[in-house]
Design a protein around this ligand. Structure first.
Ligand code: GDP
Ligand code: IMO
Ligand code: MG
Length: 431
């Protein structure tokens, strides 16, 4: 019966993909509820690295049904490309294994052009979006001008007309900004092919999930992005345009709250952010380099979707405390603890000081967040390599103390810690 919701507790890239892959072993359904191909979720299995942007991270389990919810914005051409690439890696992706909501919104080439134009016009104040057309697609959705995945079930000519009308509307806007417009008919061509491919996958996801839940199935809801990128609760306007927080799972899939049993927040053992906006614990120089890595390993801090180097800093526990509150986290899972091996000293931001006043949670405005000075607590580091540890008691005492202190400061249990990107590189407390 129950639902477990997986949430990014920071600015995205916390390791949600690997956590979902792990939990999918005991799930029947993995359902993604927000965002589009701005997401990049990595799952490492037996030496193969899968980078998923749209397809849910349960897809590596042959007995799990993957669901893409109405809360998502989907670029059908990129989705077909991703499905074909996964098939080439030997995965079976059929309409029995992948169900796409008929109520998700479609990202058109016009949305992508508008995303680029908007970012260019903002200059230094740009958001640093992934340029995938996410914001403009959600804008059309809330503006009641969007095209939905269910429209791909229509007669080809009817769908083509809707696409062309949508792209022509964005052309008007592009023209106003003095930017080259798109040939709407030509741009629509690839979409018609993608629609023919995707038709058999499209269903009413809400009804599908309700029936599955009533039949006792286990559903893992896969969040994308993170709490601080949430359009309502994040560091607005440096956010994405959707709702990655726990409430987004309910609206983004059309399921009722009483099925939810657990809300698991995924947090990296340090902080990262990609794109613009305030980041109180950001480091530069050697410490940041050590957290980021050189780029030689696939898990180093370079964007899965855009390849941009991620900004890195100490763990911001005040922000984690906020994520625990906004999402009602029942548990936190800490990832990439292995990266902290070798530091003499580790710091945790336990609160902020703003204009001489202590704050236990991030302030609402970015102006204040920009001025927030982290109040640091220093903890001893550890030298040992920990990626082979599997039990909490195997970890060096200093690593155990670090995890316990984070849990204590947020007042949320931490029962699992990941110490490497592979499925089995997990430390379970009490195991
Ligand atoms: P997501 O967007 O939240 O799914 O996270 P990403 O896939 O964008 O980024 C997380 C990166 O960290 C990926 O390359 C993962 O393979 C990697 N990763 C996840 N957990 C661990 C861990 O415990 N240790 C190490 N070294 N890498 C990890
Ligand atoms: P996953 O699911 C990290 C960031 C972008 C930018 C802002 C808005 O892999 O954790 P958008 O293209 O959504 O309009 O960009 O949000 N962003 C992410 N950062 N991980 C992600 O996804 C992100 N998706 C969007 O960098 O700052
Ligand atoms: Mg990512």
């Amino acid at each position: 019966m129950p639902i477990t919701i997986i949430i990014g507790a920071q600015w995205g890239d916390e390791g949600k993909g690997r956590v979902v892959d792990w939990l999918a072993a005991s799930a029947d359904i993995v359902a993604r509820y927000a965002g589009g191909d701005n997401a990049g979720h990595t799952v490492a299995l037996d030496g193969e690295v899968y980078k998923l942007h749209l397809v849910p991270s349960g897809i590596l389990h042959s007995d799990v049904v993957s669901v893409m919810g109405n809360g998502m914005v989907i670029n059908p051409v990129n989705l077909v490309r991703e499905i074909k690439a996964l098939r080439n890696l030997g995965l079976s992706i059929t309409p029995e294994r992948l169900v796409i909501s008929a109520r998700a919104h479609i990202i058109t080439p016009g949305h992508i052009a508008l995303d680029k134009a908007k970012e260019m016009s903002l200059g230094d104040a740009k958001i640093g979006t992934t340029l995938r057309g996410i914001g403009p697609a959600y804008l059309d959705k809330t503006g009641r001008a969007g095209i939905r995945t269910g429209d791909m079930l229509l007669d080809v000519e009817e769908f083509a007309d809707r696409l062309v009308t949508g792209i022509e509307a964005t052309n008007t806007e592009l023209g106003r900004q003095g930017i080259g417009t798109l040939d709407a008919r030509e741009a629509a061509g690839e979409y018609l092919e993608a629609a023919a491919f995707l038709k058999p996958f499209i269903k009413d996801v809400s009804i599908f999930l309700d029936q599955a839940l009533k039949a006792g199935k286990n559903v893992v809801c896969e969040g994308a992005q993170g709490t601080m990128l949430d359009v309502d609760h994040g560091s607005y306007p440096f956010v994405t345009s959707s709702s990655p927080t726990a409430g987004g799972a309910l609206t983004g899939l059309g399921v009722g709250p009483l099925f939810v049993e657990k809300v698991l927040g995924v947090a990296k053992a340090f902080s990262t952010r990609v794109g613009g906006g305030p980041m109180p614990t950001e480091l530069d120089g050697e410490l940041a380099q050590r957290l980021r890595g050189s780029g030689a390993n696939f898990w180093d801090e370079f964007g899965t979707t855009t390849g941009r180097p991620r900004r890195c800093g100490w763990l911001d526990v005040a922000m984690l405390r906020y994520a625990a509150s906004v999402n009602g986290l029942s548990e936190i899972m800490l990832t990439k603890l292995d990266i902290l091996s070798g530091f003499d000293e580790l710091k945790l931001a336990t609160a902020y000081e703003i204009d001489g006043v202590r704050h236990e949670y991030p302030p609402v405005t970015n102006e204040e967040l920009e001025r927030a000075k982290p109040v640091y607590e220093s903890l001893p580091g550890w030298r040992e390599e920990i990626s082979g540890c599997r039990h909490f008691s195997d970890l060096p005492k200093a690593a155990q103390a670090y995890v316990s202190r984070v849990s204590e400061l947020c007042d949320v249990p931490i029962n699992s810690v990941s110490v490497g990107p592979e499925r089995d590189q997990l430390v379970l407390r009490g195991a």
